[in-house]
Design a protein around this ligand. Structure first.
Ligand code: 3NM
Length: 182
């Protein structure tokens, strides 16, 4: 956040619900202190309980419509897609952004969907109209500009940042200055 990230997704697939709730409460304090938005992965109940900025949902989570009914019109709802047809369907849902990936190989997900590749981004871009497109999966400073040039509006990164927690701020700043040069 002090590195310039504007939207943080809290993601923990292994924590017990209580632990995830407590992590989310702590993360929300930090986000608020830095004027960043914090959205919660998968757990609409936790987002609602903590008045977080929203949720990120995957293909197997509760439907976007249901999450929107629970969270209201002001919440940020992001939705993961892994193919052009999923992105096309997502564009008709009440989402604030569509995530698309994995663009490149990733070792962060246990069972990642097949790599969609940089070459699929222009088609997704054209398919989803004006909705913000967030690229995910194997994004680094070395390929991020290509990803943005191919049609993404934003980049999501996990291993590139989390590999060395002490260097997150520096890596984010480097990434933000690369993007600012576009
Ligand atoms: N979702 P990294 S790929 C959480 O394809 C996630 O929707 C993906 O991590 C998708 O930046 C992915 O370490 C992992 O590759 C992204």
């Amino acid at each position: 956040m002090s590195g310039g990230a504007t939207l943080i997704q809290l993601r923990d697939k292994v924590a017990a619900p209580r632990e995830f709730y407590e992590q989310a409460a702590a993360a929300l304090h930090v986000a608020r202190d830095h004027n960043a938005k914090l959205i919660i992965n998968d757990r609409v109940d936790i987002a609602l309980a903590l008045n977080a900025d929203g949720v990120h949902l995957g293909q197997s989570d509760i439907p976007v419509d249901a999450a929107r009914r629970l969270l209201g019109p002001g919440a940020v709802i992001g939705f993961s897609t892994h193919s052009i047809s999923q992105a096309k369907l997502a564009a008709r849902m009440p989402v604030d952004y569509i995530a698309f990936g994995p663009i490149f190989g990733t070792s962060t997900k246990e069972n990642p969907d097949p790599v969609v590749g940089l070459q699929s981004l222009p088609t997704v871009r054209a398919t989803i109209g004006d909705l913000p497109l967030v690229a995910i999966g194997g994004i680094t400073p070395a390929n991020g500009i290509d990803v943005l040039n191919a049609g993404a509006d934003a980049l999501a990164m996990i291993s590139e940042l989390m590999g060395d927690p002490a260097a997150i701020r520096e890596k984010m700043r480097k990434m933000m200055s690369l993007v600012a040069g576009l």
